[in-house]
Design a protein. Structure first.
Length: 141
C-alpha cells in the first residue's frame, strides 16, 4: 500500500548516490544485491534493437493507481483460480513485501512458490539463470 512512498524514497536515494533507482527498488542493499544490480543494468545495455519506449510519468501514475486499487480488492476469489501459478519473489522485497508472496501462494490452490535469497523485487533478474530453469520446468506440460 505504500508503494508511492517506496518509489519516492528510491528516487531520492538514487539522486543522492548517483545510482539508478533500480538499485534501491529491485535489489537488496547488500554487496551481493548491489553487484547483481550493476550486472543487471549492464545486461540491459546489451540490447540495442526494438527497445521499449521510455516510461512516462503518466504510466508510473497509472501503475501506482492500479497497484493501490488491487491492494483494496477482494482476495477471497483467489481460491477459485484453478490454473497453476508460479509465484516468485526475493526474500527482501521493499516494493511487494515477501510475506505477500507467501500469502498469495497460500490462497492460490495450485501455486508453486519460489523465494530467492538475498534478493528484492528483482529476484528474477538477480537469479536469472535459476529463474529461467524454474520457469521452464513450471511451463512443461
Amino acid at each position: 500500500m505504500n508503494v508511492g512512498a517506496v518509489l519516492q524514497d528510491a528516487f531520492g536515494k538514487a539522486g543522492a548516490t548517483n545510482k539508478q533507482a533500480k538499485h534501491f527498488l529491485f535489489f537488496t542493499q547488500t554487496s551481493n544485491g548491489q553487484t547483481a544490480a550493476d550486472d543487471f543494468l549492464q545486461r540491459l545495455k546489451e540490447r540495442t534493437k526494438d527497445l521499449d519506449a521510455p516510461v512516462s510519468n503518466e504510466t508510473v501514475q497509472a501503475q501506482l493507481a492500479a497497484i493501490q486499487a488491487w491492494g483494496q480488492g477482494d482476495a477471497s476469489t483467489l481460491g477459485t483460480v484453478q490454473h497453476p501459478v508460479l509465484v516468485v519473489n526475493g526474500d527482501d522485497d521493499v516494493m511487494v513485501p515477501s510475506f505477500n508472496s507467501f500469502e498469495l501462494a497460500r490462497r492460490l490452490p495450485k501455486a508453486q512458490l519460489s523465494i530467492f535469497p538475498d534478493a528484492g523485487h528483482g529476484g528474477i533478474f538477480q537469479h536469472h539463470a535459476a529463474f529461467v530453469q524454474q520457469a521452464l520446468v513450471f511451463l512443461q506440460p
